[in-house]
Ligand binder design. Sequence first.
Ligand SMILES: [Zn+2]
Length: 279
Amino acid sequence: MSIEPLDILAIAAHRDDVEQTCGGTLLKAAQQGRRTGILDLTQGEMGTRGSSADRGREAADAAKILRAQYRQALDILDGRVENTWENRLKVARVIRETRPRVVILPYWQARHPDHATASTLGYEACFLAGLAKLDLDLSVAAGDSPARVISSPEGLPPTTLRAGRPQDSRQDAGATKLLPHRPFKIIYPTLYYDVRPTFVVDITEQFEERLQALMAYKTQFSDQEAGKGIFPARDEIRSRIDAMARFYGMMGGVTYAEPFLQKEVGLVEDLTLIPVKSI
Ligand SMILES: [Zn+2]
């Protein structure tokens, strides 16, 4: 299957991680005309509430709200995300199929071991995907991880590919041959961990829809008996999400924001255009 290249691919361990950590940013990018996608490494079969089939339907609903063009869940075991060669190849294959300019990976320090492992696994897969001599067509059997593409939501402007940008190795992958591809940029949402972000994305305009995307996981976030002791009530979830987004919004001088970390330094062309007030 040939997939039109994505601008941004967000990779996370579990369905609903992306909605919690960078959903507003993905929606904003889609509203700006970017092609966005989500890769969930697991299908949620270990979840206290609901089945993996429930979560699949909910993930598709959430992706529509976020206007993601692509969403797929791999078959890596829930609660047992391991950085194995086989798993790295599965992720690398998706990177070659979707050819993103930007990859969003989980922050590498985390309470949940799956999140931390997904970060390292994702980084190494990004590297592998760019190796010219690594033939993923042979390494991963065809049909092993079938892509599920969500059709473009109505009213979404078509993406304009920027000509002549650096390290742009996009090509039509074709039906059988996956050409090497390495993303230009990797960034890490830091919402799950207490670390100072290097930048925040203003999601003031996207906050409500991003919350709706999370609430699309009805089996997880509606008030119910199962898992009552470990899941907060729906009203409490809204308050927490509001408080966190406001906290990071304050850092950026806006109402709501999502925090990210990049390993590289920032590059500035014009000092007078640097955002966020100092004094
Ligand atoms: Zn998670």
